[in-house]
Design a protein around this ligand. Structure first.
Ligand code: PGA
Length: 256
């Protein structure tokens, strides 16, 4: 099947709870010059919340864009420790991760809550990156497609297909996150194709345009094969985004 060429490849670095002022500065001083000449790739980095202001200034002269790792779906008020979509926009965020499996597993984020966050991010003008994916146990009993579909459906019910496809979908099998065990390009492509077909049932034009990223132990060695699959439009990169050499190699592999 011919590769769809609707967008640049999208690479998002999810730093998770890593970094400090000094390390962020070193990492970006290595990354930004190397990423300035990429062709056909959009790059986003998602630092921890306390460093968004620092990083947005460091990114200012570059073509790399700022994202956040989480948001609260409410606009303001008595929500101690939380951050609204409007605050993230105010700090310069263009993207925000929604429903990452670590938030679903360790912070009790259920589908309806994730859908509310997705809607709040869009409402504030950001691009939400909706993370979906099955656990190892679910894959073992052949529930991958039904799990992913029901995670997507919760957002579809809330916002409709047009809005869903204004965001980005990231397929991240939970068993591949941070484990060094990647889905094979064929395994990843099969799920991406399933997602694309499910989107097509809602609206064929939107489905063709919708960006679907793969995440889960993407690194310099496996990136090119994954990104060459017809329905993989880029990657959500955790561990390898913390090392300049690895992240640069992943971004270079994403060039069209
Ligand atoms: P990983 O993380 O690349 O370290 O597996 C990916 C993610 O959690 O987004």
């Amino acid at each position: 099947m011919a590769k769809r060429l609707t967008h640049n490849t999208l690479i998002i670095g999810n730093w998770k709870m890593n970094g400090d002022t000094a390390r962020n500065e070193v990492l970006l001083s290595e990354l930004l010059p190397a990423l300035s000449n990429l062709k056909g790739v959009d790059v986003v980095v998602c630092p921890p919340l306390p460093y968004l202001s620092q990083v947005v200034h460091l990114l200012a002269p570059s073509n790399v864009v700022l994202g956040a790792q989480n948001l609260n779906h409410q606009t303001a008020g008595a929500h101690t420790g939380e951050t609204s979509a409007g605050m993230l926009v105010d700090l310069g965020c263009h993207y925000v991760l929604v429903g990452h499996s670590e938030r679903r597993a360790f912070h009790g984020e259920h589908d309806e809550w994730v859908a509310a966050k997705f809607a709040a991010a869009l409402g504030a003008g950001m691009v939400p990156v909706l993370c979906v994916g099955e656990t190892f146990a679910q894959r073992q009993v052949h529930e991958t497609e039904s799990v992913v579909t029901s995670q997507l459906n919760a957002v579809l019910q809330r916002v409709g297909i047009d809005q869903l496809c204004r965001g980005v979908i990231a397929y991240e099998p939970v068993w591949a996150i941070g484990t060094g065990e990647t889905a094979s390009p064929e395994q990843a492509q099969a799920v991406h194709q399933h997602i694309r077909q499910w989107l097509t049932l809602q609206n064929a034009k939107q489905a063709a345009d919708c960006r679907i990223l793969y995440g889960g132990s993407v690194n310099a060695r496996n990136a090119e094969k994954l990104f060459s699959q017809p329905d993989i439009d880029g990657g959500l990169i955790g561990g390898a985004s913390l090392d300049a050499t690895s992240f640069i190699a992943v971004c270079v592999a994403a060039q069209r």
